[in-house]
Write a protein that binds this ligand. Structure first.
Ligand code: CA
Ligand code: CA
Length: 506
């Protein structure tokens, strides 16, 4: 193409110099003759014919020239358009980071150009007016500063509450926690640690003795059984474990116990549902394209409420709907665990460069909706909200376990009464001070008090953000390259498939 364009001016030059060349009729000039029209030498009487043929030739070249120029313009336009298209495919969202080049993503390749909005609490009791739906203003009240916790009455309409409960029933709810008998033997076999090693791991304060709370914490995490100090004393007595009767287990006393002695004892005695960490049923409702309009509306409203980039809300877990029967509870826990350098996030697992045995759900924000007003109990308790200090050990004193929502909800610093349509939301992580996710907020520990009368329905919307910005950006890039159907069905989270126990318990 370029050669065509170049050739035309050359020919034009030849035409302009026609007359002098024509006069110079030296034999040496014969080499150029084929380029010249044969009529040149007879210009005097055939000038009209020659002019016409010249005109035709010139016009042909001229047209070729114009066509080439247009083609070139098209080419330039098309190539830059393609580049734009590639770039917009790479960009996970308008507010999102964009890879600097199209090389395979690697560390430090994503420039951090997005900052997470964090709503200011100002002070407890502060009310701010927020616009979440057209033609309506909601009031958002600060309930605590540690964790940063807000309450929005009337966030959902009565109809929306009803539809969400009905959709959950239609889908079917499953037990939130299975009874412990299943799989216990495998667990025991898996544990390839000596009694000394286990003792050292359980001895959190490393004083060479196992205090009650050290055993209790372990039991909750590992077995999902909620032991009370009395249960434990009962087990000690049944197994004659605490031989010197000082209420503590020494290494010698611990060594005499079998690995699964506590579990065997409990299973023989029987474990009731009320002794589990949680006693409820739940299901998940997708909120993407094709979902019920009410579910999509709720997602949009959550995006407006949290003021986060919509893509982060879109790529988060589906809506979880939970039903507590009378007697149901959920002992105090964190929705998401601490994140250490070696910890991965469940939602960005696909984008992680390495696999890790340490994984948490990285739920930056919890939005909890009350779908009905509960007749008795069922409050959401924040045992240490706005405490002056946080001391993990003091959560479980010998006889007062602040995490026990069946017994000690009345000792919690803050309790939210379930009111139909009200939403509460809080940040499970602090800010890193640079607009991204920081450390876990230990004050965000919370639980569901026992329902003393009636049934309790709630829904949870978690917003998953990886504290590792690069992993989050890689994940978003990965998802943006998938066909939408796959994104909706497989790539986004199905928490019950991705993880057996998505709830981190203390
Ligand atoms: Ca100890
Ligand atoms: Ca002892």
């Amino acid at each position: 193409m370029i050669s065509h364009i170049d050739s035309f001016p050359l020919r034009k030059m030849t035409e302009n110099q026609e007359t002098p060349d024509a006069e110079d009729t030296t034999p040496s000039g014969s080499a150029t003759l084929p380029l010249r029209p044969p009529c040149e030498r007879h210009s005097s009487h055939k000038s009209s014919v020659c002019s016409r043929s010249y005109f035709v030739v010139v016009m042909v070249f001229f047209h070729v020239y114009i066509i080439n120029v247009i083609a070139l313009l098209f080419y330039v336009h098309y190539s830059s358009g393609q580049e734009d298209a590639t770039r917009s495919r790479d960009a996970p969202g308008s507010d999102q980071p964009r890879p600097e080049s199209r090389r395979p993503p690697s560390k430090a390749e994503f420039q951090r150009d997005v900052s997470l909005t964090r709503i200011e609490g100002i002070r407890v009791g502060h009310v701010q007016r927020v616009s979440l739906v057209p033609g309506k203003v909601h009031e958002m009240r600060t309930l605590s500063m540690k964790p940063l916790l807000f309450e929005i009455p009337g966030f959902l309409s009565e109809d929306e509450c009803r539809v969400v409960m009905q959709l959950a029933q239609l889908k079917g709810l499953m037990e939130s926690q299975l009874m412990v008998q299943d799989g216990q033997e495998e667990l025991a076999k898996e544990l390839n640690l000596s009694p000394e090693e286990i003792f050292n791991l359980l001895d959190i304060n490393q004083d060479g003795q196992l205090q009650l709370h050290e055993i209790l914490t372990h039991s909750r995490v590992r077995d999902g059984i909620w032991l009370t100090p009395e249960n434990l004393r009962e087990i000690y007595a049944g197994l004659n474990a605490d031989k010197d009767g000082n209420g503590l287990l020494s290494l010698e006393e611990f060594r005499l116990l079998n690995n699964d002695a506590f579990q065997r004892f409990l299973l023989q005695r029987g474990v009731k549902r009320s002794q589990l960490v949680r006693n409820s049923r739940h299901t998940w409702l997708y909120q993407g394209k094709g979902a019920h309009q009410v579910l999509q509306d709720i997602k949009t409203r959550v995006t407006r409420l949290t003021r986060l980039p919509p893509i982060l809300v879109d790529l988060s877990e589906p809506l979880q709907v939970v039903r507590y029967e009378e007697g149901g509870h959920y002992h105090a826990h964190h929705d998401s665990g601490p994140v250490y350098p070696e910890t991965g996030c469940t939602h960005t697992r696909l984008a992680a460069n390495t696999s890790t045995p340490f994984e948490t759900s990285c739920r930056y924000i919890t939005v909890l909706f009350y779908l009905n007003s509960v007749e008795g109990g069922g409050e959401t308790a924040f045992p240490v909200a706005d405490n002056r200090t946080y001391d993990e050990v003091s959560l479980i004193q010998n006889d007062v376990d602040l995490l026990d929502t069946r017994r000690n909800c009345d000792k919690s610093n803050l309790r939210v009464k379930p009111t139909k349509g009200t939403a509460v939301f809080w940040y499970n992580y602090l800010s890193d001070g640079r607009g991204w996710v920081g450390e876990q907020d230990e004050y965000a520990v919370h639980g569901g008090c026992v329902v003393t009368k009636g049934i309790k329905w709630i829904a949870n919307k978690w917003i998953n953000i990886d504290p590792d910005y690069q992993r989050q950006a890689r994940y978003q890039q990965l998802v943006s390259q998938q066909p939408e159907d796959e994104v909706n069905e497989g790539l986004t989270l199905n928490p019950d498939i991705q993880s057996n126990d998505i709830h981190e318990d203390l």
